[in-house]
Design a protein around this ligand. Sequence first.
Ligand code: CMC
Length: 436
Amino acid sequence: MTEKAKIIVDGKSYELPVVIGTEGEKGIDITNLRKETSYVTLDNGFGNTAACTSAITFLDGEKGILRYRGIPIEQLAEQSTFVETSYCLIFGRLPTRSQLGEFTKSFSRQYDLHRDMLNFFAGYPPAGHPMGLLSSMVCSLSGYYPELLKPEPTPDEIKQIAVQLLAKVNTISAYTYKKSIGQKFTAPRKDLDYIPNFLHMMFSRPGREYKIEEEVLSALRTLLILHADHEQNCSTSTVRLVGSSWANMFASISAGVCALWGPLHGGANQKVVEMLEEIHRDGGNIQKYITKAKNPDEKYRLMGFGHRVYKNFDPRATIIKRRAHELFDKMGIVDPLLDIAVKLEEAVLKDDYFAERKLYPNVDFYSGVIYKAIGIPTPMFPVMFAIGRMPGWIAHWKEMREDAESRIGRPRQIYTGETQHDFVPIDEREEAGIKK
Ligand code: CMC
């Protein structure tokens, strides 16, 4: 028998269907609630609202579980590559050897940017934040490659846009960095895989080819895989909302980049390292910052702690912490920021304020120290997150557009403003001293 929920509104009882997910998650379907009762639901920050059904990523915040297309994140982080994981997220299953080969090869044809796109970089202020440039460039791809932007793209066209986006974002991101330091662009190398090609474009200079260390490659691979999707977070919901109006994939994902930029979301990795640097400059007084974060009058947060969904631990943070130690040990790096991070984590985990609110290190807490060790500057950290999240955004856009039931996103509100009053012309307002 199908499960139903009962709601009593104004003394009258209504039955609502219950939707059950494949992992047993239950949701009350309120799609017709307003039609039947004239009531809407109010859910600040969508903490309790499923905006859609989705078959891409499962996470259980209480148990610290994260799976892409059913595969545990720990296994993907250890055994997969970023391109293989991207394929799995976008197309729903792990690729065969020949599918993976064809997918990888299709990237190499797309790394180059349109010649005219380079003018964009020239016009952007060198000190401007790289996320502003990344978002603009992603959106501008729609102008340079309009041939695929049909209102109803075929599966093959969607695949081509996805490949174009993944490949070009690799190049755009590296060029964004080169622009910020005033260096000549390093052209992509089509013989290299995705991450080596990125490192090459970031760090090779005329006459000096960057030597790619296996440890760096492996740490970056893990980070990108861990960032690849996280179901209906702020930026992914933005991509879906923008895409729900049938805006093209470039435009929708450009909006996702902007949503990710915020310090409460993907911008947190930059803020974590800035916070650790501040604590370091301030003599390493961790308690001072913990006290500040606990004081409601300060409006100060410990960046890299807390998560809307994870309430015991963030499985990504556990993997990243281990990776950070491995990288530092193998490369003989000594960075006081890693020590401060470890001590801050230990102190926070013992503190009742954080325990009561279930605030644990999140994915952004240790990722910044790894990026820093690789030589990536802090303003580029959110860009790294965006490169990683690209396949997730593509997968969600694709899933939504392929879903025959999908409708334009259009939330309701509860109006709390002025009730009706008449317009008063300006002369009369002045004369009467009326303010509104
Ligand atoms: N430091 C100090 N207090 C905090 C923190 C923090 N980092 N995070 C939450 N709190 C407190 C908050 O003040 C509130 O306290 P009270 O109940 O006394 O008012 C309580 O914990 C609940 O916080 P909330 O803001 O209602 O929680 P949320 O689910 O809306 O926000 C969050 C989640 C991630 C935005 C938040 O924890 C935060 O701002 N963390 C710092 C920024 C950060 O690290 N963001 C990266 C998130 S992981 C990457 C991603 O997926 O985006």
